[in-house]
Write a protein of this length. Structure first.
Length: 298
């Protein structure tokens, strides 16, 4: 426990144009459990939460919203008060949207770059319908949330003021290196629990808000098997298997049907707030993670 009001990355909404391909990719490649909804959207489960990722049909193939979890109604009110005190517009949705998101309560707001965020409490637990991975994969979630998300960032200072100054995230570290050969940049990694980072800011030139989404398996063999499934179906890997320098995650990056990457990893570092020091790394990875251009269209 860090004592912060926002405790975890709870859920995500994605707008995707290829739902059938996404359902296959998420279920049969990554090992998430797809569950269809009456409105045509698809929930992706990773654990006993009713939904961790929701696929909404639409043209953008990008992030729709980010849901951050807090402990209870009092914590939700505290986050809303901090946002209002910082001059942010806060929306209090009606019961219908809470029911749609399967939570007891939530608020909505936007960050300085226009990304839509929600803070919620009381997510629905499906103990009556256990999570069953199509591939037998188990994921590291719980108090660390569903994983992490990396956002495109044009004004790093403004975003840091917002997430650290208003929402009380903490900086874990920075990487100053060439993520892609010939493109030097500095990435900043933020945490809200023991996971090394739940959010990272990347000053990349990209038409999409989301750079990548990370899910973490509980065994290294799950990573190897997912890697084999990607190779068997000729799924493009934007970055090969490797281990990151800062969070020590062993992972690889398949390209999703929407064009952004999914980091599939294992072994991520857990942070002890009492002893942690902010560092700047000069390499993205200790080994591997070689960038690969996508194949040219035929």
């Amino acid at each position: 426990m860090t004592g912060l009001s926002i405790e975890a990355l709870g859920y995500l909404g994605l707008e995707v144009s290829k739902q059938a391909r996404w359902q296959h990719f998420a279920g049969n490649i990554l090992g998430l459990q797809p569950v269809g909804r009456d409105d045509g959207s698809i929930d992706l489960r990773m654990d006993n939460y009713a939904s961790r990722i929701r696929l909404h049909e639409g043209p953008s193939d990008d992030l729709a919203y980010i849901g951050w979890e807090v402990a209870d109604e009092n914590a939700l009110a505290a986050v809303a008060a901090r946002l209002l005190g910082a001059g942010c517009e806060v929306n209090h949705p009606d019961e219908a949207l809470c029911n749609d998101r399967m939570v007891k309560g939530l608020i909505q707001f936007r960050d300085p770059e226009g990304n839509d965020h929600e803070v919620f409490y009381g997510p629905l637990q499906r103990s009556d319908v256990p999570f069953v991975s199509p591939t037998g994969t188990r994921f590291k979630t719980g108090r660390q949330g569903l994983g992490h998300i990396v956002l495109r960032c044009r004004d790093v200072a403004a975003m840091l003021d917002f997430f650290c100054g208003v929402l009380e995230f903490r900086i874990s570290d920075h990487i100053r290196a060439e993520l892609i050969p010939g493109r030097p940049m500095e990435l900043t990694f933020l945490r809200c629990n023991g996971r090394h980072h739940s959010l990272a800011l990347a000053p990349v030139r990209s038409p999409k808000r989301i750079v990548h989404l990370m899910v973490e398996a509980t065994t290294i063999d799950d990573v190897g098997r997912a890697h084999d499934r990607c190779l068997a179906e000729d799924i493009h890997l934007s970055f090969t298997l490797g281990r990151h320098s800062n969070d020590e995650m062993l992972s690889f990056y398949p390209s999703s049907p929407s064009g952004f990457d999914i980091e599939f990893g294992w072994g991520g570092l857990e942070v002890d707030d009492e002893s942690w020091h902010v560092l700047t790394h000069n390499a993205v990875s200790a080994w591997g993670h070689k960038f690969q251009l996508p194949p040219r269209p035929a």
